[in-house]
Structure formats: structure tokens, C-alpha cells
Design a protein around this ligand. Structure first.
Ligand SMILES: [Zn+2]
Length: 57
């Protein structure tokens, strides 16, 4: 995924899970950019599917 703030590209599981110690039940799903710590919303499944299809070529 791509950081919406600095444009740094990283795998979703490489990002810092922002709310691991969030007081809200299981936390939110925001993924923090490893470079600038901006909280990105997780990529929707649709986007992932499209990317996979494009990569297959
Ligand atoms: Zn960033």
C-alpha cells in the first residue's frame, strides 16, 4: 500500500499497527506508515484484487 501522506510504499504488514494498544476493543485498523507514522486506512479488498490482476500480466 502507499502512504497517503508521504507516498512511501510498503506492505500492509510492514506498517505499524497504530492501535495495537488502543483502548477500543480490538482497535481500529489503521496502518501507520513506517516512514512518517501517518495513519493510513487499510486498502480495500477491491483495490488489492485489482492490483493482483494487474500484476499477473
Ligand atoms: Zn508516510
Amino acid at each position: 500500500m502507499k502512504c497517503g501522506f508521504c507516498g512511501f510504499e510498503f506492505a500492509e504488514n510492514e506498517g505499524n499497527r497504530g492501535c495495537r494498544n488502543c483502548p477500543m476493543a480490538s482497535g481500529c485498523k489503521m496502518v501507520k506508515c513506517p516512514r512518517c507514522n501517518y495513519e493510513n486506512p487499510p486498502e480495500p479488498a477491491v483495490v488489492k484484487t485489482i492490483k493482483k490482476l494487474l500484476r499477473r500480466r
